[in-house]
Ligand binder design. Structure first.
Ligand code: TNX
Length: 521
């Protein structure tokens, strides 16, 4: 049988053995198919040493790979594409056909997995590059299959972010949620507000050990930071697009904004406070003020974000905005009156609605952590990202609004995956791989006709306690393999024991790429 992860919808073994050789060609005949063909050639080259030509207008000969798509490349209102594909391996040809180019992106990852695991390696190896004959029909169960990555708490280079995305693509994820700003560092260059990165991208030092447990807090005394230039961001967006991955950028507001307030004190509630970029973890009580000018600042930032990210969906945060400052501030109380808000929660709702409406005016949709629905419901057309409980997911669905599950019980990969005694420090939790595999993004008792409101789900990589990329990989794999299967494969094909068997072989693919995967399960 096969060792595909995620498991395809349909797999039938067939007679024959397809053999890739130095003489193989990659053939495609539509313009959109050319890029995935070239990516496939690039993928196959390091391990095989073959420089497979990508050609058109020739007849396929034995040993060739043929890619075709039928032109279904129009995204839906949320930007999602048709990802269905069919793959046929025979003694003569390897044929990948799809409705659209997104299906080719998924299919070329399947081709790699069908080859010997050394295909993921770097050295030209003396391997028989054969694929057992088969017929595969495959398509995703959910539209949004995501991995979230916090690059504020710890900063990761463009190359590391690209590797994160490449590994995601291998598991047929299609959404990369890039958490670019937070209290501990602002990571995206904004031309109109240079101090966001000049000041906001750097903190004086970083907490050592666990937040709120070890008193007095101890710090490392080392200035820390970094950011992406707009050109750097464009490179990452292009790298992701080449793999059929959409990047949903997040600018978190009105909380998790201490780095921005440190850069521009007039955005805060106490302009004289001289706040610094936060050096420890936990929720900051220093949030944006609710002035119209501050909402204007957020719109300016998002205007630049929209020039960099083609995503139809933009994340506006909204989580954990503690509003002690608003409750205590005469100006904020004045704003409550001006905006007809009965309290500070309603004032935040007003804030989020202005931002969401601005995105709508620009042809995009807002997504926000579930708190964007507090104090007045979800803004029109906004998507809820449910994290604390299924109730928020159910509320969104009841409102006939779309939701994405980031369920804290199952999808927080900053949580422990094994006995804490033997693990490096994590924020807490207990989320072994097998538990991830038990996750279902559809809230219990969702009426069948409302299942369509569940766009999908994603795993969270909050990086307070992940200070290296090796650590990120350790937290992510193999749990991301488990999640990928639950989001891609039909529920009736998902069986943990079978997954665990396939994972044994899949680990060899990860090992070929030196992925620092956790040994369990
Ligand atoms: C809550 S989940 C947060 C993050 C933290 C995370 C740690 C969410 C929307 N906000 O700011 O990093 O917990 O698990």
């Amino acid at each position: 049988m096969h060792n595909l992860i995620p498991v395809p919808s349909q797999f039938e073994p067939r007679e024959g053995l397809f053999k890739l050789t130095a003489g193989s060609k990659i053939i495609c005949c539509t313009a959109p198919a050319k890029q995935p063909c070239e990516l496939l050639a690039e993928y196959l080259r390091p391990a095989t040493g073959f420089k497979l030509p990508v050609t058109c207008g020739v007849t396929a000969e034995p040993g060739d790979i043929v890619l075709s798509e039928r032109g279904d490349n129009t995204p839906d209102d949320h930007g999602f594409l048709n990802e269905k594909y069919t793959l046929d391996a025979t003694a003569e040809l390897l044929k990948l056909s799809a409705e659209g180019v997104a299906g080719l992106h998924r299919g070329i990852q399947t081709i790699r997995q069908l080859l010997p695991a050394q295909i993921y390696g770097q050295d030209v190896a003396a391997v028989d590059w054969t694929i057992q004959g088969c017929h595969i029909e495959d398509f995703p169960r959910f539209r949004w299959r995501g991995l979230h990555f916090d690059v504020s708490r710890h900063f990761f280079t463009e190359d590391q972010v690209c590797r994160f995305i490449e590994l995601a693509a291998q598991h047929k994820f299609n959404t990369f949620h890039w958490h670019l700003t937070d209290d501990q560092g602002w990571r995206i260059e904004i031309k109109k507000y240079p101090r966001l990165t000049e000041v906001g991208a750097w903190r004086d030092e970083t907490l050592i050990e666990k937040h709120e447990v070890c008193y007095p807090h101890r710090f490392d005394g080392k200035r820390y930071g970094g950011f992406y230039t707009q050109d750097g961001i464009r490179n990452v967006v292009a790298f992701a697009a080449q793999r059929g991955i959409n990047i949903v950028p997040e600018i978190d507001m009105p909380g998790h904004m201490q780095a921005a307030v440190a850069a521009y004190p007039e955005l805060g509630n106490n302009p004289d406070a001289k706040l610094k970029v936060r050096t420890h973890w936990g929720i900051s009580q220093n949030i944006l003020n609710p002035e119209e000018s501050t909402i204007g600042f957020c719109k300016d930032v998002l205007a630049e974000v929209m020039t960099l990210f083609p995503s139809k969906i933009i994340h506006i945060g909204g989580d954990e905005a503690e509003k002690y400052e608003w409750d205590d501030s005469a100006r904020a109380n004045q704003r409550m009156i001006e905006t007809n808000s009965a309290n500070s929660t309603e004032l935040q709702n007003y804030f989020m609605r202005q931002i969401s409406a601005f995105l709508e005016k620009n042809g995009r949709h807002a997504i926000g952590w579930e708190e964007i629905a507090h104090g007045g419901g979800l803004p029109e057309n906004a998507i809820a990202m449910s994290w604390l409980s299924e109730d928020s997911a159910r509320d969104a669905i009841k409102q006939k609004a779309y939701m994405v599950s980031a369920n804290i019980q199952y999808t927080y990969f900053d949580f422990y995956q094994a006995d804490p005694k033997h693990e490096s420090l994590c924020i807490g939790g207990d989320t072994p791989c097998e538990k991830v595999y038990r996750f279902d993004p559809i809230p219990k008792d969702t009426p069948a006709e409302d299942v369509k409101y569940v766009l999908g789900a994603q795993a969270q990589h909050w990086t307070e306690y992940m200070d290296s990329f090796a650590r990120v990989e350790y937290q992510s794999y193999p749990r991301a393999c488990a999640l990928s299967e639950k989001l891609w494969s039909p529920a009736e094909n998902c069986c943990f024991l079978d997954f665990a068997k396939r994972l044994k072989n899949h680990r060899e693919r990860l090992a070929q790429q030196n992925v620092n995967a956790h040994p369990l399960p």
